[in-house]
Each structure stands twice: as C-alpha cells, then as structure tokens.
Design a protein around this ligand. Structure first.
Ligand code: C5P
Length: 413
C-alpha cells in the first residue's frame, strides 16, 4: 500500500491561540488577524504589551476575540480569573504579531519582565513571531543575530514582507498580511490526520435501573474513550463524546452528551451518526436491562429475587445496518481467545476496525494502562501495554489511515 496522504483541509479548528501584540503601527492589522484566526476555527486570547496599548485599544481586541484582553502581570482581577501560568498552559500556539525589534531582542534574551515575555517562557506551546519594524532596524546586525537565535531555538519567523513602510521607507520589515500569517501558521502546523472530520465517541459504562436506588452497571471507567476523544481533537477532528455515568473531566474542545442507560446512549449515538464520519464505540454498553423498573425501592422479602432481563439494542450493529454509516470502530474486551473472538466480532458486526483488549490481569477496566490488538479486514497490529493516552494517540493514527484509505477507495470506485 502506498503512503497515505492526508488530503483533508488544514484548519485551526479549536486550536487555542494566544496572540501577543507588541508596540508597532502594524498593531492595527492585528484586529483583522484576530478575525482571520477565528474564521480558521481558532479560539483566541489576546495579550498586549504596554506599548501595543498606545497604538490600539484593548476594547477592540476584547470584542473581536470574545475574551478579556490581558496586559499586566500585576492585574489581580485578571489573575483571579485565569492566572498567567494557567494562560501559558492554556495556549496551544503562541503567536506574536506584530513582533517589534525590542520584543524580538527580549525573547532572544529570555526576559520575563512583563506578561507577554513571562508567558512565552512559561508556555511549552510552539512560538511564532511576525516581525514588524523599520527596514533599517530589521537589517541591523543586532536584530539579525536575535532572529537567528530564535530560529535556532525552533521559533517560527513569519515574514516580514517587503514594501513601503508607514515611516516612508521602502524595504523589508512590513508585517505580513493577516491572511498570510494564518497561512504561515497552518503550514507550520502541517495538516492533521483528522482535519475537517467529525468523530463520534462513546465512552464509559451504562447503568440499567432496577429501582430508584439500584442499577446494573459494569466496571468501565470511561478513561479509554475519553483519551480517544482527546486524541481525536488533537488530530484535528470535531468530537462529540457520548458519555455514560463517569466522573471524568470533559476533554477540552469536545462536545459532551451525558447519558445513563444503553437506550439513552443508542438514541444519542443515532442522532449524531448521520453527520459523523467516524464512530468509535469505546463504551461498555450493558447487554441486558431489567424488563421493568420498579417505581419504589424493592424490599427484602426473605425469598430469592428473580430479575427478568431483556436485551438492549446493539448500537454498533444498528449503525452498521444503516445504508450510509460512518466508519465504524468497535472494542472487544475478552478474558480469553482474544484474537479469535475479536476477529469474529469484526466480521459479524460489519466493522471497519476492532480494538481488542484482554481484561483481567491488571489490564483493561479501572486502570490507566491497557494493551490493544487492532484487527481490520486484511490487517492487524499490536499496541503494547502503555498509558491509555499513548494508546489512544496510536489508535487514532491507525483509524485516520484506514479511514483515508477507505475514502480514497470509494472515490476511485
Ligand atoms: O458484542 P460486544 O458487546 O462484545 O461488542 C463490543 C462492541 O460493541 C463495543 O464497541 C461496544 O461499544 C459495542 N456495543 C454496542 N451495543 C451493545 C453492546 C456492545 O454498541 N449493546
């Protein structure tokens, strides 16, 4: 099989961009930049240096970004809302535009004497700068050395462009146009394997009520499904997460739909299926539910109690039977004969991929590590014991490749 190319449209969908603005006349163009970033799907928070505030107002950027603008390290009110370290961690991309000669020099030195420089040091996010300055300042050996140093450290330098400058000079030093900065950011990030795709994930157990205080549940923690949702977001997808009763935080950027029973999960999944490209069924759906739910708490009678159980809908099988269904990924938790049962399930349920895991022996449910055997029509792969987050990333990569191959195959057919 030839190397698969991810043809999907690159985007900044749900990428958290911290836009740092420094003092320069090009700051007026940053207003348009915020719009372009948001058009590309990014969530934007703006930090202005004191001198940026002499060119443009924070109010403009608050309105455009939809978030409060920060400018001081010493703003107690803002710190109470989102401290500067939290803000640094929040950012997935740090973009400084315009980046003045002074800011570039201070970044090169690793200073931390204002909010923006402190954030840059405190953030592990990739840093991009869009320089904007007079052509003489850009050509100065000091600026050249600072830029070289930043590049060596992996900082992306976007521009500058050449042309007439606000000061009347002509030459290199104009800030790139907002569209070009967004393009530069997109190119630097590269296409992500699930860009532009909609992924539906089910996670956790289901609870089937017996009476108002008792239920039949299972030991699924939901951690694998939540890790898959997070990995799919990282891979560029729009993610909807149908979650059974679990106490886990929602991965940033996921749209969460909470359910309790298998039938509620079925309804939520079916409602989302039509506009999903991929469904990853990581939930441990209860196969049976009590035929009737007692409206009052059942009392001890001194005798044995028989519960009549009826079968729940098989959500995956129902989706597989739909004429135009998403790419289907199922899970199989088995205590023995893993590959045999999983392969049988892959075929019987008409899935595109199955992720099988051995349960028991300190693997599977209720723990943070797992190991997966991946089976698909004509292929297999083993993902060795690892943290569920690491496994989720590898699984999502495999899903993206198989989905792209299936889509390319359909396009050729
Ligand atoms: O048949 P089995 O329950 O082992 O299949 C497991 C896979 O099927 C999992 O992906 C699970 O989420 C899904 N499933 C389902 N509806 C059910 C039972 C299982 O979608 N009622």
């Amino acid at each position: 099989m030839s190397e698969i190319s991810y043809m999907s449209k690159a985007s900044l969908q749900r990428v958290r961009v911290l836009l740092g603005m420094t003092g320069g006349i090009a700051a007026y163009k940053a207003a348009e930049l915020v719009r372009r970033l948001r058009d590309a799907g990014a969530e934007v928070r703006v930090v202005m240096t004191e001198s940026a505030g002499r060119f443009v107002t924070a109010l403009t950027f608050q309105a455009l970004s939809g978030n409060p603008v920060r400018s001081s390290l010493w703003d107690e009110g803002a710190e109470a809302a989102m401290g500067h370290i939290e803000l640094a961690r929040w950012a997935e991309e740090v973009l400084i535009a315009p980046a003045s000669a002074d800011t570039i020099a201070r970044l090169a030195q690793g200073r931390a004497d204002d909010l923006l420089s402190t954030l840059v040091l405190a953030s592990s996010a990739p840093l991009s700068v869009a320089p904007a300055m007079n052509q003489q300042m850009w050509a100065h050996p000091a600026t050249r050395a600072n830029i070289d140093l930043l590049r060596q450290r992996g900082v992306r330098v976007l521009g500058p462009a050449s042309g007439s400058q606000a000061c009347g000079d002509v030459g290199d030093g104009r800030m790139l146009e907002p569209d070009d900065i967004v393009q530069g950011l997109l190119q630097a990030r590269g296409p992500r394997p699930l860009d532009g795709l909609s992924v539906l994930v089910s996670a956790g157990p289901t609870y089937e009520d017996i009476d108002p205080v008792r239920f039949i549940g299972n030991r699924s923690s939901g951690r694998m499904g939540f890790a898959i949702a997070a990995a799919a977001i990282q891979a560029g997808a729009r993610v909807r997460l149908v979650a059974g009763p679990v106490s886990l935080p929602t991965p940033a950027g996921a749209e969460r739909i909470d359910v309790r029973s298998a039938r509620q999960m079925r309804d939520a999944v079916v409602a989302c299926a039509a506009d999903s490209d991929i469904f990853i069924s990581a939930a441990a759906v209860g196969d049976y539910r009590p035929q009737t739910v007692s409206p009052a708490k059942l009392k001890k009678s001194g005798n044995a109690l028989a519960l009549e159980l009826v079968q729940n809908p098989d959500i995956l099988a129902e989706l597989a039977a739909m004429p135009a269904h998403p790419f289907l990924v199922g899970f199989a938790a088995e205590t023995n004969d893993l590959e045999h049962y999983a392969r049988e399930k892959l075929e019987r349920k008409g899935l595109d991929l199955i992720a099988a895991n051995q349960v028991g022996e300190e693997l599977g449910f209720e723990c943070s590590e797992n190991a997966l055997l991946l089976l698909w029509p004509g292929g297999r792969d083993e993902l060795g014991k690892a943290d569920k987050g690491v496994l989720a990333t590898a699984l999502v990569e495999r899903i993206a490749r198989l989905h792209a191959a299936a889509r390319d195959g359909q396009a050729r057919a």
